[in-house]
Write a protein that binds this ligand. Structure first.
Ligand code: NAD
Length: 248
């Protein structure tokens, strides 16, 4: 039991086939009490209920600073402590760079990047007071290779921003005993890309993946488990690729 007695907040965990819910299930199986936050409040409540009565699901829009503070306050009222934050919520949009308009730019930055700041800020007073905490943030291979297979340049920019934000937070929060790390997944089969990869595209993608398969949510959940647990007690500001070797 790697997370026995710990409470973990996971954003974007409502989707049954998503990385967030796979992470929630993995953490619960390792003894954690889990709070799932998602824009889809009903989905978050349903996902938490599926894990068991001690887990909570709460509606939260990570783009809204006050809403993040409210949701974290509700988690603390229900659980009394937060040891782990997984900033997983995100959206993508397949669009060419010349077609990005101010609204789509803002929306993609707000959810993927600003949401990481706001939710992290919401847990900081509690973690700083307790001098302990593990925060892990969702970036993407799109940040590293420029342009995703299914995401636009605005998504790459937002996910690259997450790397800088997480490293800066790791530097500033280290003295308070708080670790901050990132994962950079390759193509993981979830609702975000379901039905969007043609057979031809799939063959081309696999040519560039030495492990010769697309990722599954559990591949990422396992790395979040490592980063959330004391196994990574001396790891902060790190970026872990979960991409089957796509960047070798
Ligand atoms: P998903 O669509 O199942 O999960 C995203 C979740 O975020 C959804 O439950 C959605 O309701 C929630 N969400 C969206 N906007 C929100 C908001 N404003 N506030 C709170 N919650 C919000 O897809 P997924 O593939 O599991 O994605 C999880 C994360 O992984 C995302 O950040 C995504 O960008 C990232 N990622 C995915 C892949 C992939 O190939 N699937 C690769 C790299 C990174």
């Amino acid at each position: 039991m790697l997370l026995k007695g710990k409470t973990a907040v996971i954003s974007g965990g409502a989707g049954a086939r998503g990385i967030g819910f796979a992470t929630a299930k993995t953490f619960a199986a390792q003894g954690a009490r889990v709070a799932i936050l998602d824009l889809d409040a009903a989905g978050a409540a349903k996902a938490a209920a599926e894990l068991g009565p001690e887990h909570v699901g709460i509606g939260c829009d990570v783009t809204d600073k006050a809403d993040c503070a409210r949701a974290i306050g509700e988690v603390l009222a229900a659980t009394g402590r937060i040891d782990i934050l997984i900033n997983n919520a995100g959206i993508t949009q397949a669009i060419k760079v010349w077609d990005i308009d101010p609204e789509s730019w803002a929306r993609i930055q707000d959810v993927n990047l600003k949401g990481v700041l706001y939710l992290s800020q919401a847990v900081m007073p509690h973690m700083r007071e307790r001098k302990a905490g593990a925060i892990a943030c969702m970036s993407s291979v799109s940040a590293q290779r420029g342009g995703g297979i299914l995401g636009g340049a605005h998504y790459s920019a937002a996910k690259a921003g997450v790397l800088g934000l997480a490293k800066a937070m790791a530097r500033e929060l280290g003295a308070d005993g708080i670790r901050v790390n990132c994962v950079t997944p390759g193509l993981i089969q979830t609702d975000i890309n379901a039905g969007k990869i043609s057979d031809d595209a799939r063959v081309k993608i696999l040519e560039n993946i030495p492990l010769n398969r697309l990722g599954v949510p559990q591949d990422v959940a396992n790395i979040f488990l490592f980063l959330a647990s004391d196994l990574s007690a001396y790891v902060t500001g790190a970026v872990i690729d979960v991409n089957g070797g796509m960047l070798i």
